[in-house]
Design a binder for this molecule. Sequence first.
Ligand SMILES: Nc1ncnc2c1ncn2[C@@H]1O[C@H](COP(=O)(O)OP(=O)(O)OP(=O)(O)O)[C@@H](O)[C@H]1O
Length: 262
Amino acid sequence: MTAVVQAERLGLTFPSGDGDIVALADVNLTIEKGEFVSFIGPSGCGKTTFLRTIADLETPSSGTLTINGQTPGAARKARAYGYVFQAAALYPWRNIEKNVALPLEIMNYPAAEQAERVRRTLELVNLTGFEKKYPWQLSGGMQQRASIARALSFDADLLLMDEPFGALDEIVRDHLNSELLKLWARTEKTICFVTHSIPEAVYLSTKIVVMSPRPGRVTDIIESNLPRERPLDIRETPEFLEIAARVRDGLRAGHSYDEEVA
Ligand SMILES: Nc1ncnc2c1ncn2[C@@H]1O[C@H](COP(=O)(O)OP(=O)(O)OP(=O)(O)O)[C@@H](O)[C@H]1O
């Protein structure tokens, strides 16, 4: 079976006046269909750059990257992924159903199919009844759910999520994490998820990619053996804490705190 994402010796360098910035160096990673993969690492380690490269918003400087066996450019044209940003990025002048319908309008779906898909995806994220509301009438968590609905509306198998819940308070985040797991189970999507939070990464993922900065490298890939069905209190089990400890060790190993102090 073809991997959904396959990176081999992937490198990406941004030229800059003060010397080149190596955002990604020698990244090797395979993501299979249906996996939930989190990317965790300190600020500037290249998590967003990796997601943007998958989405064909950045071009690799070296190595290869394929999405469903295709180049990122071909995958973008085939609408292979939906993208959820850190801020919900909804248009304030469009109501929720019009925001969710936007990609469908751009792709020229017939009106009846647009309406049906909007109905279905709003139901998936528990926003039925809020179709006519404007973004500012919704809480931050609901706005983020609407932006997930928008990314799901055209049924891409791959969902790229860049710290989607980073700006939300912990209770809302917990709730959205468990909702996202249910949605993932129901839709069988492949998800790439950027986070700074160890508990969030461990709770959500089947695989955790630990990254380190300067240059952005993958320092550990942790396969989770937690069951797919995860109540929130799984976070207190020894199995969960063991994986969290390994992620923390990986982050420490990749981050030279002494260097920063010196
Ligand atoms: N367009 C660009 N031009 C120059 N440098 C860039 C550009 N985009 C990103 N970088 C640099 O590349 C490195 C990786 O950035 P990236 O945003 O991928 O990190 P990140 O791990 O997602 O960080 P954060 O957790 O803060 O979002 C950083 O040093 C950043 O400053």
